[in-house]
Write a protein that binds this ligand. Sequence first.
Ligand SMILES: [Zn+2]
Length: 201
Amino acid sequence: MIKVLEDLVDALSTLPAIGKKSAWRLAVHLMERPKDEVASLADAILRAREELTRCKRCFSYSEKEICPVCESSSRDQRCICVVEKAIDIFAIEKVGRYRGVYHVLGGVLSPLNGITADKLKLKELKDRVILENPGEIIIGFGGSADAETTALYIARIFRDIDIKITRLARGMPAGMELEYVDQLTLSQALNERTEITYGNE
Ligand SMILES: [Zn+2]
């Protein structure tokens, strides 16, 4: 076997959603492209990895300390949508309806997998809410059981704070992560969001 090609296939198949077969297809494709094209792809990957950091306020990806959404005067800075992962922001932005800002939690509670509250940006969320005093927190999670538990956990954190907490409307496909939800469903789920109050859920 050709070791250098096998190494490339192994490296590519560590990427999400890339199985061995796709990795082979990608590797062969890359080997057939001009060298400078492959070099600029490699450079783009490295540059993004080196230059992207996390926004200090919302923990989304950013080139600067504060991301463009957090900095924008055309966004409603008093409405915070809490999402599991930064990729969920891209899903919501694609819908093009949401005008507020975000808070990336870094996952949802999953004690069986070792994801406890201290592993997520929950304390940061509480500190931020106390500091910024927003009018609304939208819990923008997908439909997994862990996401549900986390939503109630967040409602409990803020039970003594005067803030409106809403969640995406029911009808988010059960068990589905937000990034895979289609735009129409997501748009409706945002429009028809419902308030949650700790204690009556
Ligand atoms: Zn930000």
